[in-house]
Design a protein around this ligand. Structure first.
Ligand SMILES: Nc1ncnc2c1ncn2[C@@H]1O[C@H](COP(=O)(O)OP(=O)(O)OP(=O)(O)O)[C@@H](O)[C@H]1O
Length: 243
């Protein structure tokens, strides 16, 4: 692990019975960087996120968030982490403000600070005018941005985003991706962006290619893509065409 990595995963494996979902996975997310985790269905992206968030117990290797070992200092590690799950984490029947107030209190942010904090995160995701709106009334893209606001409420160092653009139209997809990149540039947060969509990756992104539970490549996207481009390289590495 390099000093200053927002996330480091070293030699982590995970099994579901006979299925080896992760095999000796090592990767890192530098501070203040956008890191793409590219893999097709079944690659192991969600399993990795479930270990980092402690939904599953990690019994091999070491995972550190902002330098905190997830097994030795779980509370400190998780306090530095914000997660945007594939499935919805906000209550559709409540307003954006009610949802965020609830999550602020879960993180122990006192009421007097919570209002200012919620106003700040809503401004960060361009939803300042939607505090009083029910989540069910939001568009798909607004709803994802509200989920990102929820993940930012406790000022994490690292955002994990698990296929955050799934189900969105092209315009909303671009907005959510641009927002994440902006948060990195302006707020210094780091992001691990799990995706199966090549178009979401830029040449100067850090990239990890995960396939059938194994890291096949990690480095600068432009270097991994080489002269043949990322689509061809991915196909050559995996034998599978990504989207
Ligand atoms: N709870 C589970 N029980 C048994 N096998 C599982 C379980 N969860 C995942 N797997 C298996 O582990 C492997 C990795 O799955 P995982 O969901 O982590 O991949 P993924 O890259 O997130 O794919 P997707 O994009 O489809 O979610 C797959 O072979 C999957 O079938």
């Amino acid at each position: 692990m390099r000093a200053g990595d927002a996330l480091s995963v070293e030699n982590v494996s995970h099994r579901f019975g006979k299925v080896e979902a992760l095999k000796d996975v090592t990767l890192s997310v530098p501070r203040g960087a956008f890191t793409a985790l590219l893999g097709v269905n079944g690659a192991g992206k969600t399993t990795l996120f479930s270990l980092i968030t402690r939904l599953y117990d990690n019994t091999s290797g070491v995972i550190r968030v902002a330098g905190h070992d997830l097994r030795r200092e779980p509370s400190r590690a998780l306090a530095r982490l914000g997660v945007v799950f594939q499935s919805r984490a906000l209550d559709a029947d409540l307003t954006v403000m009610q949802n965020l107030s609830y999550h602020a209190s879960l993180h122990g942010i006192p009421g007097r600070n919570a209002k200012a904090r919620i106003a700040d995160v809503l401004a960060q995701v361009d939803l300042s005018g939607k505090a009083g709106a029910r989540v069910s009334s939001l568009s798909g893209g607004q709803s994802r941005r509200a989920e990102i606001a929820r993940a930012l409420i406790h000022e994490p160092d690292l955002l994990l985003l698990d296929e955050a653009t799934v189900g969105l139209d092209v315009k909303s997809r671009a907005e959510v991706l641009a927002l994440t990149r902006r948060l990195i540039a302006e707020r210094g947060v780091s992001a691990l962006w799990a995706t199966h969509i090549m178009d979401e990756i830029q040449p100067d992104d850090a990239l990890v290619i995960l396939h059938r539970g194994q890291v096949l490549e990690r480095g600068l996207a432009a270097d991994i893509a080489g002269p043949n481009g990322l689509t061809r390289t991915f196909l050559d590495l995996t034998g599978v065409e990504a989207a």
